[in-house]
Design a protein around this ligand. Structure first.
Ligand code: ASP
Ligand code: MG
Length: 464
């Protein structure tokens, strides 16, 4: 049953007069049977949750990544498939229709094993996506059964019917208009009868090949589905009780944030708070859908609410950090008083689908940073990119840097922030500073070895 909401008078919405929450459960939330039951109870307690997006059970995608790599022998292939199978079987043994489910999972795993063997001579981004999709396909199947075992009527839905993408394997771009049309046609009519469980992260291109949206992409899938279905809320259930003032593993002084604006949260997600996939807030902001982030382990502890308007807008909200940044400096005397140099640099980057994070320029050089996340399936700044840039200018590539982002409000009109931020971390080398493009952040790079100290000291000066 939907929850009737007399205040919702949207007429364009096929689900008018009903409240809809789209909920996403991450890998640790569906890691095993007990974890899945906790999620099922969250759904049971909130009748508005009718669409559920799941990640692969924790660890499975990493196993699949290994399986999709060329340098892997038959023995390792077999042992990885066994490990994946064990994770699923641990869940299945707790369910009533154990035999039937085991058969279904075996069908998928056999198909996967055959695929891996048949493709092993020609691994590429496309085969990787096909391989990675099995994690979400299995977890969604099993989670549907867990819901049923708690007497929640549910159906497992193949998201590839609606999540239509281009063919940029590994980071496919979703066709939002088609997703909307398909979701209204195929998903919306089902919601009154069943809780729909579906896969995050995966999609399908025009040739009906499986694609993925990039590591951690399930959050983004959920946000896109919330947007397509005109949902009232998006709930991201993970293993932390919301967003913190900084990574709690760095300082035990980190505090949970109750409420944060879209703008601040988007900067946080972009600049390293690992809680949300960076693109997640884009659909939510477009459609003004409030986002809740909480822990499926401790739902009673509440979480963080991300929305357009918040009660307080402090100058300093949080400190995000991102490790393994690559700093590329391009230098050309020809840039002096010249125009068009940046266009040429960015043309090359665009051609290689590279997205730049920070940028600073001086008279004859430009410094650019790129994220090189530990889980990424490909290395970003390839020798081909460097070679092309070198045709234009001198290029230097530095690794071993971390990006620290101070997130807050009105940072470019607030007085004294330079002193406040940098006084406390005076003893450290600051490699690059970016300030002035967004009122919500000030970013800088420090050596990887210093970043924990920098963040800890900065946190104590800004938040204690
Ligand atoms: N299972 C995928 C990953 O581990 C997607 C996700 O969990 O969001 O990256
Ligand atoms: Mg995640």
């Amino acid at each position: 049953m939907y929850v009737t909401d007399p205040t919702n008078d949207s007429t364009t919405n096929s689900m008018a007069h009903t409240k809809l929450t789209v909920a996403k459960f991450g890998g640790t939330s569906v890691a095993d049977y007990q974890a899945m039951v906790r999620c099922a109870n969250i759904i049971k307690n909130d009748p508005a949750t009718r669409v559920v997006i799941v990640s692969a059970s924790a660890g499975v995608t990493n196993h699949l990544v290994r399986l999709s790599q060329a340098n892997i022998g038959r023995d390792e292939q077999r042992s990885i498939i066994e490990k994946i199978s064990a994770i699923q079987l641990n869940i299945i043994v707790n369910l009533d229709n154990e035999r039937q489910l085991k058969e279904q999972v075996d069908v998928l795993l056999n198909e996967l094993a055959e695929y891996v063997i048949s493709q092993s001579e020609q691994y590429n981004a496309k085969t990787t996506d096909a391989i990675l999709s099995y994690g979400e396909r299995m977890s969604s199947l099993l989670f549907t059964e867990v819901l049923r075992s708690l007497a929640i009527k549910s159906e497992c839905f193949d998201v590839r019917q609606v999540m239509k993408t281009n063919s940029l394997y590994g980071k496919a771009v979703v066709d939002i208009a088609r997703l909307k049309t398909k979701a209204v046609e195929l998903l919306a009519p089902k919601l009154s009868a069943d809780v729909i469980v579906t896969q995050g992260f995966i999609g399908q291109d025009g040739l009906e090949h499986t694609t993925t949206l990039g590591r951690g992409g399930s959050d983004y899938s959920a946000a896109l589905l919330a947007e397509a279905l005109n949902a009232d809320n998006l709930a991201i259930w993970t293993d932390v009780v919301g967003i913190f003032t900084t990574d709690p593993r760095i300082t035990d002084q980190a505090k949970a944030i109750k409420e944060i604006s879209f703008g601040e949260a988007a900067e946080m997600a972009t600049f390293g708070a690992k809680i949300l996939h960076p693109a997640t807030l884009i659909p939510a902001m477009r459609q003004n859908i409030p986002v809740f982030v909480g822990s499926s382990k401790e739902p009673e502890k509440g979480g963080t609410r991300i929305q357009k308007k918040v009660e307080s807008n402090p100058t300093y909200r949080s400190i995000a950090l991102r490790r393994e940044q690559t700093l590329v400096t391009v230098k050309s005397p020809a840039m002096l008083h010249a125009n068009g140099f940046l266009v040429k640099v960015f043309d090359i980057l665009a051609k290689h689908e590279l997205s730049v994070d920070l940028i600073t320029t001086s008279e004859i050089s430009v410094a650019l940073t790129f994220d090189n996340p530990p889980n990424s399936t490909q290395s970003l700044i390839t020798t081909a990119v460097v070679a092309e840039l070198e045709q234009l200018c001198e290029v230097s590539v530095e690794h071993g840097l971390s990006l620290v982002a101070v997130i807050g409000n009105d940072l470019y009109t607030a007085k004294g922030i330079g002193g406040t931020i940098f006084k406390k971390i005076n003893e450290f080398n600051i490699r690059m500073i970016c300030h002035g493009a967004s009122s919500n952040n000030l970013c800088f790079l420090v050596p990887e070895a210093d970043v924990n100290n920098v963040v800890e000291q900065l946190h104590s000066s800004l938040f204690d």
